[in-house]
Write a protein that binds this ligand. Structure first.
Ligand SMILES: C[S@@+](CC[C@H](N)C(=O)[O-])C[C@H]1O[C@@H](n2cnc3c(N)ncnc32)[C@H](O)[C@@H]1O
Length: 241
């Protein structure tokens, strides 16, 4: 039977790259490119999705890359992206089809990147993920992640910029609602052709907010020391020796 994690993104995977790749690839280069260029032992991409960030990491480093992605639909796009890489790059990337909290690697990487994923983890899974990464990194290894929202947010909505693809226009409308201590994001994807709606799909996600102090305490418990990040939109921590 499919678990909630493996079945998540069943709808969104199809729309992910068309709507987000250009923006997220540029962001990943800004946020993680320099650290990846310095990595020598190995690089972990936590929640690799369709591989937008993995693509940046693989291009920036010559070290082995470990891409963790539990959702079947996202992993299919990830593997397709990897298949299109030069053979010597493809040969350096190992795909781990498990949740990050179940990831088992020992002292095999000096950089771990978690882009747009920490907010997808429940507090229990988040803490287990820090522990798994502490085990996987070498002492002095760097963890970079974009932080979850600090607290629940008022109901809101926004749109992803529409994208033209052939005769079609792809768009997404997102509503965000606080519910029982978590934030629920409802995505509505639409495809219009000549101004007429031809498809509409829906998927909802849970986001777990966590205060900066909570995340700091969790990182310290797992053996990390928070350090100055290389970019204002990410947090950074180093694994203590
Ligand atoms: C918003 S997407 C971000 C994908 C990618 N990091 C990027 O920035 O393009 C979040 C990804 O995290 C994955 N994810 C969710 N829960 C996870 C977990 N417990 N462990 C690892 N990955 C997880 C999802 O399957 C999804 O692919």
């Amino acid at each position: 039977m499919e678990s909630a994690v493996t079945a998540a993104y069943d709808v969104s995977a199809e729309f992910y790259d068309v709507l987000q790749e250009r923006r997220d690839h540029a962001r990943a280069r800004d946020r993680f490119g320099a650290a990846a260029r310095r990595a020598r032992t190995g690089v972990i991409d936590v929640g690799a999705g369709t591989g937008i960030v993995a693509d940046v990491l693989v291009r920036a480093t010559t070290a082995p890359v470990h891409a963790i992605e539990p959702a079947d639909a996202m992993r299919a796009f990830l593997l397709d992206r990897l298949a299109g890489m030069a053979p010597r790059d493809r040969a350096r990337v190992t795909v781990h089809p498990c949740p990050a909290q179940d990831f088992r690697l020992h002292r095999s990487a000096d950089l771990a990147v978690a882009a747009n994923v920490v907010q997808c983890l429940s507090p229990e899974d988040r803490r287990a993920t820090w522990r798994a990464l502490a085990e996987a990194l070498v002492p002095g290894g760097l963890l970079l992640f974009d932080p979850p929202p600090e607290s629940l947010e008022r109901p809101g909505q926004w749109r992803l910029p529409p994208v033209h693809a052939g005769e079609d226009v792809y768009s997404a409308h997102v509503t965000s609602t606080p519910e029982d201590g978590v934030q629920r994001l409802h995505y509505t994807y639409r495809v219009h052709r000549a101004g007429t709606l031809v498809r509409e799909e829906h998927e909802a996600f849970t986001v777990w907010p966590a205060s900066r102090a909570t995340v700091t305490a969790e990182l310290e418990d797992a053996g990390f020391t928070p350090v100055r990040p290389p970019h204002r939109d990410v947090r950074a921590a180093v694994l203590r020796a």
